[in-house]
Write a protein of this length. Sequence first.
Length: 156
Amino acid sequence: MQLQLTALCALAVMSLSTVPAGAQSSGTPVPQDVKAAADATQAARKITFETRNGSGVSGSVGLYTIGRSRTRVLVRLPAGHNFRVMLYPGSDCIDNRTASAADVTLRPLNFSTTGASTSSTIVSLPIQKVQSNYVVDVREATSRAAVSEACARLNH
């Protein structure tokens, strides 16, 4: 009788501690959620800048979902430069491009003044839209402002 009771207690504890797929229990991440977050982080690491016009500028871009309608754009570039970083619709960075209302300036504007090598900006666009048809364009904020120093295509 005691063996049957112990087995029933063990089953009851197992059924209470089992969390259905996609559900969360008291703040503990579900394995599927952890894997999805890891996959998203890995995908974000794969977005790198393509050097343009012989600049030698390199870096990376990370995209992170914030709710349903916002995205954090994290840009990493070499410190000590005076860059202007923009997010704009398109499939490629274009020299002598005319600004549009859809352009988003990514902060900080001046990496050399702040000493920063990382820019983190929250944009009011869902990540799917950012990934589908946007680029991050890097330009020198002074003498070479008309040409793209580096370009990251986000539609990977």
